[in-house]
Design a protein around this ligand. Structure first.
Ligand SMILES: Nc1ncnc2c1ncn2[C@@H]1O[C@H](COP(=O)(O)OP(=O)(O)OP(=O)(O)O)[C@@H](O)[C@H]1O
Ligand SMILES: [Mg+2]
Length: 306
């Protein structure tokens, strides 16, 4: 039976879609069968971020309404890398080479590893009236999807939407995304409160700090990781450092798993590993954390640590 993950935040532009796409592929390269669902009707971007605009006519609503089966509504995003071919040069390679040199990984010093993956994508409708979906319909949809997929990821629009409560209730995990800023962290705490009023709390709700900025901590501009972990009402499941390469590649429809540098994908790999219940400690030494600290180790019983 699969697991479903809702990716949400009250604030917009905090990296929900970026994280949804990269986690989906992270699970897929670990050989899990993955479905990613774009439910952001007004500004869905999954297809752009994955470089796979499709002419599929069906969307998420059509499946819920029973017009079509999930397997007939999805389109498949495969990595450009084909393990059976010798010369794997992607179509976007020229564009990548044209990027400002400072943002392109130095290939000679990077791992030559490229990863093969396949992810099913269910697109968002261009407009909808989601109020018509009942709690039962959302629950049935998730149950059905879990029969086929190991992981189902819902990339949500920011804030609440008509079936927010049902989705939160019926998914296995809710990942609340925050930027590394006091205002965004406060907004996540409000989200946690709101979710707990609806019965979603404990292990189910996790925090991901996106655009984490270690230099800002050293300069006294941003809250330290230890402070966030200890003050947060939501258990942390991972962080993703701010990295302009991630944004630049995304503009070309490339994810952290489509480029040769491992630097971009290690944060997503860590989160995937933690969902799969491995012991994965913070891979870097941040201010206030010594390499032998046990943050993110499962044995820690402390409420704010995994
Ligand atoms: N760790 C990161 N480092 C640098 N840029 C990032 C990072 N994460 C996301 N971005 C950039 O931030 C922008 C917003 O990201 P994204 O679209 O994923 O946010 P969102 O929360 O899905 O937005 P919306 O609320 O509109 O759906 C994008 O340009 C993306 O490339
Ligand atoms: Mg988005």
């Amino acid at each position: 039976m699969g697991k479903s993950i809702m990716i949400t935040s009250f604030k917009g532009g905090v990296g929900k879609s970026t994280i949804s796409v990269n986690l989906a592929i992270g699970f897929a390269v670990s050989k899990y069968k993955v479905l990613i669902i774009d439910i952001d009707a007004s500004s869905g971007s999954i297809d752009l971020f994955m470089g796979c605009e499709s002419d599929t006519i069906y969307n998420f609503c059509d499946v819920i309404e029973g017009k079509v089966k999930i397997e007939d509504a999805v389109y498949v995003k495969k990595s450009t890398f084909n393990p059976n071919k010798k010369n794997n040069v992607s179509n976007n390679q020229n564009n990548l080479n044209n990027l400002n040199n400072s943002t392109v990984p130095n290939r000679s010093s990077e791992s030559e590893e490229q990863l093969y993956y396949s992810v099913d994508v269910l697109k968002s409708p261009s407009s909808y009236d989601l109020t018509k979906f009942s709690d039962e319909e959302i629950s049935d949809f998730i149950k059905k999807a879990k029969e086929t997929y190991d992981f189902i990821i819902f990339d949500c629009p920011s804030g609440r939407f008509p079936f927010f409560d049902s989705l939160a209730k019926h998914t296995d995990y809710i990942f609340v995304i925050t930027l590394h800023s006091a205002a965004s962290i406060r907004s996540s705490e409000k989200m946690a409160l709101f979710l707990s009023e609806k019965g979603n709390e404990g292990e189910k709700v996790r925090l991901i700090i996106n655009c984490f900025n270690p230099k800002g901590i050293s300069r006294g501009l941003n809250l330290g990781i230890v402070d966030i972990i200890e003050r947060s009402k939501i258990k942390l499941i991972g962080l993703i450092e701010i990295n302009n390469m991630l944004r630049d590649y995304q503009e070309l429809g490339k994810t952290a798993y489509d480029v040769r540098t491992r630097k971009l994908r290690r944060f997503f790999d860590d989160i995937v590993g933690r969902v799969l219940e491995s012991n994965i400690i913070l891979s870097r030494k941040y201010d206030g954390i010594k390499t032998n600290n046990l943050y993110f180790k499962k044995e820690i019983k402390d409420t704010n640590r995994i």
